[in-house]
Design a protein around this ligand. Structure first.
Ligand code: AMP
Ligand code: ZN
Length: 465
């Protein structure tokens, strides 16, 4: 079945065609490790995880690459404020990041790349750009000339006229700036005292890379000059991804990325959750509120990744109630399929193909809210046996990642078939009001070490301790 993806570049849904059959290379912009990630960042990392899982579910061989931004303006500044080395600071927050993603059942990317380990690749790219005359040197660094780049701003739909001399003359050395201000940007920043111990030698001068060239160099190194998918939050469309396209395409003269995927923000009171705004929560804050990481993941899956969501504790607590019901129902379905409980099934003449329906939802631009709703429809469907439901839900969880396999491990001991058969015969006797027979069968069940109890939905069976 086709996978349809909303591509930011074309602003429409497109059928995914891989560069190499049955393979997909995905580059994800990872965290800047100067602090603990917030739950807005985690929304984007869950989106990456869903994308990867959907491709794996479709039997693609996936190479998911994520970078760790462990050198940039923010990390250097924070390490100096804390009076610790850049290595110490970034290693600490990288460890916390890994721990957070594991709590959320986010699969570890196949390649986690440190920017500091790829400085050579960045220097190589900058050298090529200098040679081609697309990059130029100033007093404080090496800059990329956006006026010489083909289609600069196509991803962010910027309109820059060749006559726009104001824009084309100005430069910006900061890593982050506004869409209203496209400028020549820094590829390499020459060493200043503020950089302390952080510098590398290059033929064009001692210094450190700009943020944007880091991802271009790592993506090229790990996946080649043209890659299938590149993803990030919408805040990265400009300038980060716009500049990545400019650098990579100017260096290699090849189309950089076939499908651009951008996830919408998590807001708080309609403002973007951001560290700089101080309006953020961390995963640990949620746990202090009694919210489990997987309940938070469940909440995220109830919205489409391209819709902005507004975070409130109450909203996530509501999702947690639904999540608990989901897990409890799953446990109960296992009980029923193990013969612990009586099951009434009215098999349909034409059974619904839930697996196909599920695949349709997730392959339609990763529609998790509809996939989750389908899982609930399956749970409530009286025409499907509990055993079948358990198998299907376990299968769906390969994408949803709600931890059902962990619940299976605590599955109760199977009830022997003959005991279930006896309990069913007793149920029939009771329906026929043959109390003598029902009591005789109960004794038989008890003698075999099991207790049978009657409920308004039928019987339950339990092994006596
Ligand atoms: P950063 O550590 O700031 O580089 O961000 C890591 C990832 O989180 C990037 O892909 C950002 O686009 C994303 N991100 C940052 N803030 C939010 C937010 N409030 N909601 C969703 N994603 C975000
Ligand atoms: Zn990036």
């Amino acid at each position: 079945m086709d996978i349809n993806i909303f591509n930011t570049l074309s602003s429409k849904k497109e059928v995914f065609t891989p560069l190499v059959k049955n393979k997909v290379g995905i580059y994800n912009c990872g965290p800047t490790v100067y602090d603990t990630v917030h739950i807005g960042n985690l929304r984007t990392f869950v989106m990456y995880d869903i994308i990867r899982r959907v491709f794996e579910y479709n039997e693609y061989f996936v190479t998911q690459v994520m970078n760790i931004t462990d050198v940039d303006d923010k990390t250097i500044k924070r390490s100096q404020e804390k009076k610790i080395s850049l290595e110490e600071l970034t290693r600490h927050y990288e460890t916390l990041f890994i721990s957070d993603i594991h709590s959320l059942n986010i699969l570890t990317p196949n390649k986690l790349l440190s920017a500091r380990d790829h400085i050579k690749d960045m220097i190589e790219m900058i050298s090529i750009l200098l040679e081609k005359g697309i990059a130029y040197q100033t007093k404080d660094g090496i800059y990329f000339s956006i006026g010489l780049s083909k289609d600069y701003g196509k991803l962010a739909k910027l309109k820059i006229e060749a006559t726009d001399t104001h824009t084309l003359r100005e430069r910006i050395s900061n890593d982050e700036y506004e869409k209203e201000n496209p400028r020549d940007f820094a590829l390499w920043k020459f060493y200043t005292e503020e950089d302390g111990q952080v510098f590398w030698d290059a033929s064009f001068g001692k210094g450190r890379p700009g943020w944007h060239i880091e991802c271009s160099a790592m993506a090229g190194r790990a996946l080649g000059p043209t890659i299938d998918i590149h993803a990030g939050g919408t805040d990265l469309i400009f300038p980060h991804h716009t500049n990545e396209i400019a650098q990579s395409e100017a260096t290699y003269d090849k189309h950089f990325v076939n499908y651009w995927i951008h996830g919408a923000f998590m807001n708080v009171n309609d403002a973007k959750m951001a560290k700089s705004k101080g309006n953020f929560y961390k995963l640990a804050d949620l746990e202090n509120e009694g919210i489990s990481p997987l309940a938070f993941r469940y909440w995220l899956l109830t919205s489409h990744y391209r819709s902005q969501i507004n975070f409130t504790i109450e909203a996530v607590k509501g999702a947690q109630t639904a999540f608990i019901r989901f897990i409890e129902t799953f446990i109960r379905l296992q009980d029923i399929s193990a013969g612990h409980e009586y099951e009434h099934v009215h098999k349909a003449l034409e059974p619904r193909d839930y697996k196909k329906d599920f695949l349709e939802k997730v392959n339609d631009d990763f529609n998790t809210p509809e996939a989750l709703a389908l899982a609930w429809e399956l749970i409530k469907d009286h025409t499907v046996e509990a055993k079948e439901k358990v198998i299907l839900l376990m299968d769906f969880d390969k994408i949803l990642g709600l931890g059902l396999h962990a619940v299976v491990n605590i599955q109760k001991e199977e009830i022997p078939t003959e005991v279930t058969v006896l309990a069913e015969a007793r149920e029939k006797a009771r329906e026929n009001k043959d109390w003598e027979m029902a009591d005789a069968i109960r004794k038989e069940i008890t003698d075999r070490g099991y207790d049978v109890n009657d409920t308004d939905k039928g019987f339950t069976l339990k092994k006596r301790n």
